[in-house]
Design a protein around this ligand. Structure first.
Ligand code: HEC
Length: 271
C-alpha cells in the first residue's frame, strides 16, 4: 500500500518533470527561433553592412556620402599604393601612369605627353568626360572593371573609406579644388529648411542639429542624444543623412554652385 502510494507519487512527480522539460525544450525552440528574427529585424545593422561594402547589390557606392568626413592625411597614406606609378606635383613627370596634379576636375586622359590606352581615350570622349567624385571612386574601386581595357594595372581600393580619403587628398593637389559633392536629395532638401541654415552657424553643432532635424520625423532623439558615440555605434540612415547635412552645412557655397549644375557626372564640370 505504502509502496504503491509512493510509486504513484513518484510517477506523478516524473510526469511533472517530463511535462516541465517538454515545455522548457519547446519554449527553448521558440526562443531560438525568435532570436534570429530579432537580428534580422535590426535594419541598422543591415544598413551598416551595406554601407561598408554591399555596393554590388545596391548599385555603385555613392562616394559623396563619405567625402565630408574624409581625411586628407589618411588619403596621403593610401596614395603610397599609387606612388610607384604616379607623381602628383604640378609639372611632375609621367611614370608608368600619368601625372595626377589637379586630376580631380580635369578632363579624363589629359596629362601632357602620356600615351593613354585607347579605352581611356574613348572614355574621355574628346575631353567631355571629367574626373569627378563618383566616376573617380568607381574607377579606383576596380579600374579594369570600370574601364575595360585600361592599362592601369591596379587591383583597386575596395574600401569606400580608402577611396574617399585618397580622393580628398587628390582634391587638395589642385590650384582650384573642386567643391565637395552633394550627397543625396534628402540633404539638398535639408538645406532649404531653416533648421539647417541655423545649424550652419556653428559647424560643430551643425551635424548634431542636422541629425536631430532629420531624425525628428522618425525617432525622438534630441541634439544632446545624437552624440558621435551614438552615431558610430549604429550606422543608420540617419547617420548618412547627418553626414549629408554635414557636407551641406560645411560648404554652403559649394552646394549652391553644385545646385546650379546638379550631379555633373560625366559631361559638365567646374574645372
Ligand atoms: C601599376 C601602376 C599604377 C598604379 C599602382 C596606379 N596607377 Fe593609376 N594609372 C596607371 C596607368 C598606366 C594609367 C593610364 C591608364 C590608361 O591609359 O588606360 C593610370 C591612370 C590613372 C588615372 C586617370 C588619369 C587621367 O589622366 O585620366 C587616375 C585618376 C589614376 N590612375 C589614379 C590612381 C590612383 C589614385 C592610384 C592609387 C590608388 C593609382 N592610380 C594606382 C598606372 C597605375
Amino acid at each position: 500500500m505504502n509502496t504503491s502510494y509512493f510509486n504513484a507519487i513518484a510517477g506523478a512527480f516524473l510526469a511533472v518533470v517530463f511535462v516541465v522539460m517538454t515545455v522548457s525544450i519547446a519554449s527553448d525552440a521558440i526562443f531560438h527561433t525568435r532570436e534570429p528574427v530579432q537580428e534580422g529585424f535590426e535594419i541598422e545593422v543591415a544598413e551598416g553592412g551595406g554601407e561598408a561594402g554591399g555596393q554590388e547589390d545596391a548599385g555603385p557606392f555613392q562616394i559623396a556620402t563619405l567625402m565630408a568626413g574624409a581625411s586628407v592625411d589618411d588619403g596621403a597614406n593610401v596614395f603610397k599604393k599609387c606612388q610607384s606609378c604616379h607623381t602628383v606635383e604640378d609639372g611632375g613627370a609621367n611614370k608608368v601612369g600619368p601625372n595626377l596634379w589637379h586630376v580631380l576636375g580635369r578632363p579624363v586622359a589629359s596629362a601632357a605627353d602620356f600615351a593613354y590606352s585607347p579605352a581611356l581615350v574613348e572614355y574621355a570622349a574628346g575631353g567631355e568626360t571629367h574626373w569627378l567624385y563618383q566616376n573617380l571612386s568607381e574607377f579606383l574601386d576596380n579600374p579594369k572593371r570600370y574601364i575595360s581595357g585600361t592599362k592601369m594595372s591596379f587591383a583597386g581600393l575596395k574600401k569606400p573609406e580608402d577611396r574617399a580619403n585618397v580622393i580628398a587628398y587628390l582634391r587638395t593637389l589642385s590650384p582650384d579644388p573642386l567643391p565637395l559633392p552633394t550627397p543625396e536629395p534628402e540633404a539638398a532638401d535639408a538645406e532649404t529648411t531653416p533648421e539647417a541654415t541655423e545649424a550652419s552657424a556653428t559647424p560643430e553643432a551643425a551635424s548634431d542639429a542636422g541629425a536631430a532635424a532629420d531624425t525628428s520625423g522618425s525617432t525622438e532623439m534630441t541634439p544632446a542624444e545624437t552624440t558621435e558615440e551614438k552615431a558610430e555605434e549604429s550606422k543608420t540612415l540617419d547617420e548618412a543623412a547627418a553626414e549629408g547635412t554635414d557636407a551641406v552645412t560645411t560648404d554652403v557655397d559649394a552646394l549652391e554652385e553644385e545646385a546650379a549644375e546638379p550631379t555633373a557626372t560625366e559631361t559638365e564640370s567646374s574645372n
